[in-house]
Design a protein around this ligand. Sequence first.
Ligand code: NAP
Ligand code: ZN
Length: 378
Amino acid sequence: MELSNINFQGAWNIISGRNCVAEKGDIIKKYSAKVMIVTGKNSAKASGALDDFIALFERLGIEYKVFDKVTENPHLDFCRQAAIECKEWGADGVLGIGGGSPLDTAKAVALLSQNLDTSDEDLYAKKVPNAPLPLFACGTTAGTGSEVTSYSIMTLGYGENVKKASWGSKAVIPTITFADAKYTLSMSRNSTLSTAIDAVSHGIEASLRKTTSVFVRMFAKETLELVWPVLKKAIAGQELTFEDRERVLYGSVLGGFAIELSGSCFPHSAGYSLTTRYGIPHGFACAYFTPELLRVHLKEHKEYVAMLLNAMDSSIEEIERLFYSVIPSFERNDEELKTLIASASKSRNIHSALYEGDENFAEHIFRVVYATLDKYGK
Ligand code: NAP
Ligand code: ZN
């Protein structure tokens, strides 16, 4: 049955390679004449991507406005403000430059600017009447896959009710994705590690989700073969070459296709709690759970685990040791544990893996994380 699962729908136009914005960016003119650039405080400038797009837009006579207020883990309410600004300015296209946070914000702005009255509930229920503006995406981190996915991860609620949740629409798959590894050279060590771990997580989790298929695992295998050796180099503190950066960036795209097809498992859903509670970067937040995800599948889905470990030429023990050598520690006590379990238990995604666990599964995985942090003296 699973062999028939190669359903794959979407319209991608991925333009890649060094200097691809300057050399192949003219295509934007086919879609837009007035573009709102959605980005964070530093990434677009530090990476050189903003200068390249501004030079392109000035050469093509495209009007632009820079909106550089996106912060990490963007809140949906903030995206609504940006969408109003976009609508009032009269943009006919949106360009997201940055990591997953600006790219996810750009998706929300492209869609909500044309649907200002759409409620949060309707957005999450895919009840959005009007098409989004054409959306262009240029990643400056390498790993989230947001540059090719239909997902956008938003922070919702406030105080005790704050959470992260993904909405999605095929309509917000970027019209054009620019993938140039030179924009990832300026990333910090932590961002490099966290986002590369995110790409690895996408490959592993998409393969071990109930929606896995031959097609998903094909993307996953390539993702892991590209990214894992570079991630090991980065964890060991070695300098990454431009070619290394390209491997991770293209791995990010392929891992993006893997989750586009299949989605993710409990490391993502449980990891969101660690991000909202302790500010732990997304890729690191997933990494706490990856070894246990692989272990719980050893019994009944050993062949999938073997495929993943073969692609990485690694072992669960090595993955655990390397991930736990870079992920940060966080406050641990009985109260905190209860809060984390309660918030993860609410996630409908906690039982998305091929191995379903039981009703105490959220508790199980956090207890394992606590014990593993102890084991590594963190
Ligand atoms: P990010 O939150 O976009 O950025 C993290 C930090 O890195 C920011 O301070 C950012 O600066 C900086 N930065 C980015 N690129 C840089 C560069 N080239 N040089 C210097 N600094 C740079 O990080 P991310 O890990 O890429 O994205 C995480 C978000 O993506 C999470 O919200 C996660 O849930 C989401 N995500 C989405 C998908 C999807 O399919 N939609 C998949 C996985 C994860 P600025 O402040 O200037 O931006
Ligand atoms: Zn992710």
